[in-house]
Design a protein around this ligand. Sequence first.
Ligand SMILES: Nc1ncnc2c1ncn2[C@@H]1O[C@H](COP(=O)(O)OP(=O)(O)O)[C@@H](O)[C@H]1O
Ligand SMILES: [Mg+2]
Length: 387
Amino acid sequence: MKKVIFYDRTQFESFKTELNKDQNVISFSRLLSDSNDRIKKLSENDCIDLSCLIPFITSSGDKIIQFEQLFNGIDDSVLFICDKQFEDELRYSFRFVFDAFEYAHVEEQSKAAPSNLEPLSKPRKIVDLDEQELDAFFQSFDSKLYGHARFKTEFKQLIASFRVFNRIGEHKILSLFLMGDSGVGKTEVARSIHKALGGKTKLAKINFGNYSSHDALNSLIGSPRGYVGSENGELIKRVKDSDIGLILIDEFEKADTPVFNYFLDVLENGKITDSQGDEYDADGYIIVFTSNMTPEEYKQKISPELKSRLDYKGIFNLLTDDDKTKYMHYRVNQIIDAYRTKVDQNLPEDLHEQIVSQLNVSKYKNMRDLNKDIKDIFVRTVSVANE
Ligand SMILES: Nc1ncnc2c1ncn2[C@@H]1O[C@H](COP(=O)(O)OP(=O)(O)O)[C@@H](O)[C@H]1O
Ligand SMILES: [Mg+2]
């Protein structure tokens, strides 16, 4: 008894993988090109794909008799498979050869994959907050990010509009493009949104500073199926691992044109796709792009299409001395509190005062430098106090 299993062409790869565990899958044409001996030696370990034969015999029906003879010489234990689209033709033409037919049952990997891409829990998004939660969000956000008053006002308006137009399907992703010098709080915007939305897992972050420029898109979305090292890209993985509907794209100036075009597509469709054909629905997400591009570079590098897709484009300036002072007090307090709880309760009462008096905020152009000096002075002051 000779048996044929019909498979669906979209599932061939998974079907073949399953078969290959026990059997050696070969195409019929390959069988013909091998020596005659080969046909006699076929056994239950072999599986022959007949798909290429059927179009051939429909165009040259006079060959059927030869193929019937050939099949008669093949051991009954050999398994045959065939693309389902040729089923009728095969059943009829070789009605005296095959007498059992089945259909492949394949774990639908290609269909199951996108659902694997869903995050473990539903991500928390700005568009899903109720009014009370939204107030709490802004309160928290404003307290975390120092200065940038104009941005904060515009951000509130943007969010209000986004929540309305997202609901009616007209605005899928809110995009912010923040430019400006290093250490002024661009990345901090995303960190603050993440915290203010109650993020517990890591912020979904891509830093183009970490990619080599020539294959940035491959690192981002993976290489196409079938390529050496093909795998999911970093973007979907990061987004999937986060519990918040927010993506940070850092150092965007280090990306290249294919990447810029890719993000244009994401903003238009509200979907993150990768080269494996997987899709992640990013509807209701905020994407923060940061870059230290100058306005001149922005004009040159970013296409008019992408520019017009960005909801907010703004330059972040250095904080005022007043805001730097507030930030300094906050950081010094934060460090002292943490040290008191975790290391040593007996710090001098006036430690805060001692540290702050050694700092002159007006000389700092980068908050990272201020932060570093706060740490250094803290260590020095504490070790002096302990002597
Ligand atoms: N406006 C700000 N509010 C709060 N923290 C800030 C602000 N600006 C800078 N910082 C702090 O300074 C450091 C550098 O800021 P960051 O946002 O990473 O800079 P960049 O503008 O280069 O992205 C971070 O530790 C951040 O917490
Ligand atoms: Mg940054």
